[in-house]
Design a protein around this ligand. Structure first.
Ligand SMILES: Cc1cc2nc3c(=O)[nH]c(=O)nc-3n(C[C@H](O)[C@H](O)[C@H](O)COP(=O)(O)O)c2cc1C
Length: 158
Protein backbone atom coordinates (compact mmCIF):
# COMPACT_ATOMS: atom_id res chain seq x y z
CA UNK A 1 0.00 0.00 0.00
CA UNK A 2 1.48 3.36 -0.96
CA UNK A 3 1.73 5.86 1.85
CA UNK A 4 -1.05 8.37 2.41
CA UNK A 5 -3.01 7.51 -0.69
CA UNK A 6 -6.40 9.18 -0.38
CA UNK A 7 -9.74 8.17 -1.84
CA UNK A 8 -12.80 10.42 -1.90
CA UNK A 9 -16.07 8.45 -2.03
CA UNK A 10 -19.28 10.41 -2.17
CA UNK A 11 -23.02 10.37 -2.77
CA UNK A 12 -24.89 13.38 -4.08
CA UNK A 13 -28.35 13.85 -5.55
CA UNK A 14 -28.60 17.60 -6.05
CA UNK A 15 -24.93 18.35 -6.63
CA UNK A 16 -23.82 20.18 -3.48
CA UNK A 17 -21.82 17.33 -2.00
CA UNK A 18 -20.41 16.63 -5.44
CA UNK A 19 -18.98 20.16 -5.67
CA UNK A 20 -17.29 19.77 -2.29
CA UNK A 21 -16.03 16.28 -3.15
CA UNK A 22 -14.46 17.44 -6.42
CA UNK A 23 -12.74 20.38 -4.73
CA UNK A 24 -11.36 18.17 -1.96
CA UNK A 25 -10.06 15.71 -4.56
CA UNK A 26 -8.32 18.56 -6.38
CA UNK A 27 -6.81 20.03 -3.23
CA UNK A 28 -5.53 16.68 -1.95
CA UNK A 29 -4.73 15.23 -5.37
CA UNK A 30 -6.90 12.28 -4.40
CA UNK A 31 -8.78 9.68 -6.41
CA UNK A 32 -12.53 10.20 -6.44
CA UNK A 33 -15.51 7.82 -6.86
CA UNK A 34 -19.21 8.62 -6.88
CA UNK A 35 -21.36 5.95 -5.24
CA UNK A 36 -24.44 6.64 -7.35
CA UNK A 37 -22.61 7.48 -10.55
CA UNK A 38 -25.46 6.39 -12.83
CA UNK A 39 -28.29 8.01 -10.92
CA UNK A 40 -30.10 11.24 -11.75
CA UNK A 41 -31.95 13.56 -9.41
CA UNK A 42 -35.72 13.22 -9.62
CA UNK A 43 -36.93 16.22 -7.67
CA UNK A 44 -37.41 17.05 -4.02
CA UNK A 45 -39.21 14.78 -1.57
CA UNK A 46 -38.02 16.16 1.71
CA UNK A 47 -40.83 14.69 3.84
CA UNK A 48 -40.25 11.11 2.74
CA UNK A 49 -38.01 8.88 4.78
CA UNK A 50 -34.46 8.37 3.48
CA UNK A 51 -35.03 4.67 2.74
CA UNK A 52 -38.19 5.36 0.74
CA UNK A 53 -36.38 8.15 -1.04
CA UNK A 54 -33.46 5.85 -1.76
CA UNK A 55 -35.90 3.37 -3.26
CA UNK A 56 -37.48 6.10 -5.40
CA UNK A 57 -34.10 7.20 -6.66
CA UNK A 58 -33.07 3.61 -7.33
CA UNK A 59 -30.46 3.89 -4.62
CA UNK A 60 -31.41 0.72 -2.71
CA UNK A 61 -28.82 -2.04 -2.54
CA UNK A 62 -26.44 -0.26 -4.88
CA UNK A 63 -23.48 -2.34 -5.90
CA UNK A 64 -20.43 -0.51 -4.57
CA UNK A 65 -18.06 -3.47 -4.86
CA UNK A 66 -16.39 -1.69 -7.80
CA UNK A 67 -15.11 0.88 -5.30
CA UNK A 68 -11.96 -0.81 -4.09
CA UNK A 69 -10.60 0.81 -0.95
CA UNK A 70 -7.70 -1.62 -0.44
CA UNK A 71 -4.93 0.50 -1.91
CA UNK A 72 -5.87 3.59 0.11
CA UNK A 73 -5.04 4.42 3.67
CA UNK A 74 -7.29 7.47 4.00
CA UNK A 75 -10.91 7.42 2.82
CA UNK A 76 -12.89 10.66 2.90
CA UNK A 77 -16.60 10.00 2.57
CA UNK A 78 -19.01 12.68 1.37
CA UNK A 79 -22.76 12.64 1.89
CA UNK A 80 -25.77 14.90 1.93
CA UNK A 81 -27.38 14.97 5.38
CA UNK A 82 -30.77 13.24 5.19
CA UNK A 83 -32.82 13.26 8.36
CA UNK A 84 -29.74 13.91 10.53
CA UNK A 85 -27.79 11.01 9.04
CA UNK A 86 -25.65 10.20 6.05
CA UNK A 87 -27.76 8.83 3.19
CA UNK A 88 -28.72 5.15 2.77
CA UNK A 89 -26.21 4.51 -0.06
CA UNK A 90 -23.43 5.87 2.15
CA UNK A 91 -24.61 3.74 5.08
CA UNK A 92 -24.61 0.69 2.79
CA UNK A 93 -21.14 1.53 1.46
CA UNK A 94 -19.74 1.85 4.99
CA UNK A 95 -21.36 -1.42 6.08
CA UNK A 96 -20.00 -3.23 3.02
CA UNK A 97 -16.37 -2.31 3.66
CA UNK A 98 -13.72 -3.07 6.22
CA UNK A 99 -11.89 0.09 7.27
CA UNK A 100 -9.41 -1.64 9.57
CA UNK A 101 -6.06 0.20 9.59
CA UNK A 102 -7.55 3.06 7.59
CA UNK A 103 -8.31 6.64 8.46
CA UNK A 104 -11.85 7.70 7.67
CA UNK A 105 -13.10 11.28 7.46
CA UNK A 106 -16.63 12.46 6.73
CA UNK A 107 -17.82 15.59 4.95
CA UNK A 108 -21.47 16.50 4.61
CA UNK A 109 -23.59 19.19 3.04
CA UNK A 110 -26.84 20.06 4.80
CA UNK A 111 -29.74 22.49 4.96
CA UNK A 112 -28.96 24.00 8.34
CA UNK A 113 -29.41 21.29 10.99
CA UNK A 114 -27.25 18.19 10.82
CA UNK A 115 -27.95 17.07 14.39
CA UNK A 116 -25.89 14.05 15.48
CA UNK A 117 -24.79 13.04 11.97
CA UNK A 118 -21.13 12.78 12.96
CA UNK A 119 -21.80 10.68 16.08
CA UNK A 120 -24.14 8.35 14.17
CA UNK A 121 -21.58 7.93 11.41
CA UNK A 122 -18.88 7.12 13.98
CA UNK A 123 -21.14 4.44 15.47
CA UNK A 124 -21.60 2.96 12.01
CA UNK A 125 -17.86 2.52 11.50
CA UNK A 126 -16.93 -0.83 12.96
CA UNK A 127 -13.21 -0.33 12.37
CA UNK A 128 -10.74 2.33 11.36
CA UNK A 129 -9.68 5.64 12.83
CA UNK A 130 -12.40 8.28 12.57
CA UNK A 131 -10.90 11.67 11.66
CA UNK A 132 -14.07 13.68 12.28
CA UNK A 133 -16.59 15.54 10.15
CA UNK A 134 -16.58 18.71 8.04
CA UNK A 135 -19.97 20.29 7.41
CA UNK A 136 -21.17 22.79 4.81
CA UNK A 137 -24.46 24.60 4.70
CA UNK A 138 -23.75 26.76 1.72
CA UNK A 139 -21.28 26.41 -1.08
CA UNK A 140 -19.60 29.80 -1.31
CA UNK A 141 -17.29 31.22 -3.97
CA UNK A 142 -14.30 30.97 -1.68
CA UNK A 143 -14.99 27.30 -0.97
CA UNK A 144 -11.50 26.22 -1.98
CA UNK A 145 -9.88 28.44 0.66
CA UNK A 146 -12.38 27.28 3.24
CA UNK A 147 -11.75 23.63 2.43
CA UNK A 148 -7.98 24.05 2.54
CA UNK A 149 -8.35 25.46 6.04
CA UNK A 150 -10.92 22.89 7.15
CA UNK A 151 -9.04 19.86 5.87
CA UNK A 152 -6.36 20.61 8.45
CA UNK A 153 -8.95 19.62 11.06
CA UNK A 154 -8.69 16.05 9.85
CA UNK A 155 -5.94 14.80 12.12
CA UNK A 156 -3.06 13.17 10.23
CA UNK A 157 -4.66 13.94 6.89
CA UNK A 158 -2.09 15.56 4.55
C1 LIG B 1 -34.68 13.60 2.07
C2 LIG B 1 -33.86 14.77 2.53
C3 LIG B 1 -33.62 14.91 3.88
C4 LIG B 1 -32.87 15.99 4.34
N1 LIG B 1 -32.63 16.08 5.67
C5 LIG B 1 -31.87 17.10 6.14
C6 LIG B 1 -31.56 17.19 7.54
O1 LIG B 1 -31.91 16.35 8.36
N2 LIG B 1 -30.86 18.26 7.96
C7 LIG B 1 -30.40 19.23 7.10
O2 LIG B 1 -29.77 20.17 7.55
N3 LIG B 1 -30.65 19.16 5.77
C8 LIG B 1 -31.37 18.12 5.26
N4 LIG B 1 -31.62 18.03 3.90
C9 LIG B 1 -30.99 19.00 2.98
C10 LIG B 1 -29.73 18.39 2.31
O3 LIG B 1 -28.86 17.87 3.28
C11 LIG B 1 -28.96 19.43 1.52
O4 LIG B 1 -29.78 20.05 0.56
C12 LIG B 1 -27.73 18.80 0.84
O5 LIG B 1 -26.79 19.82 0.53
C13 LIG B 1 -28.06 18.03 -0.43
O6 LIG B 1 -26.88 17.45 -0.93
P1 LIG B 1 -26.70 17.11 -2.48
O7 LIG B 1 -26.91 18.37 -3.26
O8 LIG B 1 -25.28 16.64 -2.60
O9 LIG B 1 -27.68 16.04 -2.83
C14 LIG B 1 -32.37 16.96 3.42
C15 LIG B 1 -32.65 16.82 2.05
C16 LIG B 1 -33.37 15.73 1.60
C17 LIG B 1 -33.65 15.59 0.12
Amino acid sequence: MSKNKILIVYHSVQGHTEKVAKLIAEILNADIKKINQNQKSSGSAIMRTPRILAQMYGLQNLDTSWIDIDEYDTILIGSPCWMYKVTPPVIDFVKANDFSNKKVGLFITHGGDYGQTSEKFKDLLSAGQYLGMLEYHSISNNMELRLKRDLKKFKNCP
